[in-house]
Design a binder for this molecule. Sequence first.
Ligand SMILES: Nc1ncnc2c1ncn2[C@@H]1O[C@H](COP(=O)(O)OP(=O)(O)OP(=O)(O)O)[C@@H](O)[C@H]1O
Length: 572
Amino acid sequence: MASLAMAGLSAELARSARAAALLGLAGAFGPFALVMLTVQFYALVVPTGSMSTALGLVAGFALVAVTVVALGQIRQRLLLAGTERLVRRLTARALPAATARATQPGVAAEQALHDIEAVRRGVAGPLTSFALDALLVPALLLLLATFHWAFALFAAAAASLALVFGLLTDRATREALVEANDATAQAARLVADAARAAEAVEAMGMLPALVRRWAAALARGTGGLRRAQGTARLAQAASFTLYGIAQGGAVAVGVVVLAEGSSVGYGILAGLLLTARVMDPFSRLGGQLEDAAAARAAWRRLDRLLVAAEAAPAAAASAFPCPEGRLVVDHVTLVFPGSARPLLRDVNLVLGPGDVVALAGPPGTGKSTLLRLLLGIQGSNAGDVFLDGHATAQWDRADLARHVGYLPQEPVLGDGSVAEAIARLDEVPDMPAVLAAARLAGALRMVAGLPHGFATPLGGRVALSMGQRQRVALARAVYGAPRLVLLDEPAGYLDSEGEAAVMAMIGTLSAAGTAVVFTSHREGLLRAATRVMTLRDGMLTELGERRRLLAAPSPLAALERPARRLAAPVAA
Ligand SMILES: Nc1ncnc2c1ncn2[C@@H]1O[C@H](COP(=O)(O)OP(=O)(O)OP(=O)(O)O)[C@@H](O)[C@H]1O
């Protein structure tokens, strides 16, 4: 059963299509008028040589041409406006539905956008115009039949032949095009990878091998493209020949009919003018069928998504008062699609205002994923995360973002100024808040030393080091005095002085009642935590109090000792 939303959208789309089809049928007037004017030309001008009649008919031809173009334009605009409305409404419904309970909201959103684009291409693409043109065909065949049924029959046969020919050409070119696209994409990936790791490529002498691979991929791409273009050229030439043969065939049909003693009137002329027109939409349908199939499949996927969203209980996103900072993770389990084992298994955690939790442990155990889950940008298969008793999944994202700070492992900052980056891309940054955040993150001196201080453009010629970027990203995380701060490897790119600044920052945040969770591979930083935890087989386990860790010769060595599994939270 179709979702209510999709049923509404299909009805609206059908209305637009009907209006466009009616306009298209009105366009049938073009070929009718063309045939009639040509007939009049032979009937009135050829025998008499009347200049005034000829001029009148030429004006008639011009009027018909202008009207046909205008009708075509109106039809196209109608279709585009309908498609734009459809895409807007589809996006507004499908995106929240895709991300609401997804384990990977980013991936789900990308798939939904991809599907919406496929629907857009299918609806607004050339296929719809060809399909609408095809609606004219019965009218054209009827016109031909008024002269003699043989002309209509011949045009229908020619159109069928054009369709078969179009489909065969489509198949022949598609394979070569797919190969060419894959090879070109591979070449582009090689260049992008080489640019990202330029120094490693140079240092390890990989450049000549990389260039060889790139050249081979490019050659494969060019070869595929050449083959596809060759086939397309051949097909075009064959198509013109087919049109020519069909027009000649219409004359031959006329001759045969005349030889049998029947009258054809101006049928031969009509056959000449209209047979190619009847064939046209069918010969062009071939290349568009793939888009149509993709659009249909995308529509069905979006429909399933909306059916599930309509069946789910409404979870209205709400804005809540400024949180105190009490975070509760309640029985959270996460299994990535395609993975045999859960990455997070029945994870429980209670965090009060000012608590500082460090997540330590080997790479790949799920620390960064757990941070994303706490933020609500990563969904779970079971369990929930609550901030001050409200499920973060139900919290309006923009509103929640005001209360949380996040430092991702890669300090990506965008291309605004340093101040804009700290102010979370606000184009009019609150400068006192920017300064306070930079001071808290220990970034003030570094930013002041940049050529244009806080106005230094990040996309400009001044290239910030990874350490400088991380300090700016730290300032961004604490901008606006959030109640919950999550830091993924906050000293990952910093020296010992930077690490000390991060420790001081965490201490200040904690004293102000902000809850902090951070991941770290660095032993020194673990000392900033009030509790140190690790993930073992997806389960969150506590390593002990800070005092015991401080006493340990190596806090990370404690990771090897048996640890205590955390109990479920008592209350949300
Ligand atoms: N979106 C995703 N889809 C599938 N698997 C994922 C996804 N995100 C992370 N993973 C996998 O989950 C595992 C844990 O990744 P995560 O980055 O959370 O580990 P980590 O403990 O933070 O590692 P590190 O200490 O190296 O940062 C990895 O094996 C990773 O490949």
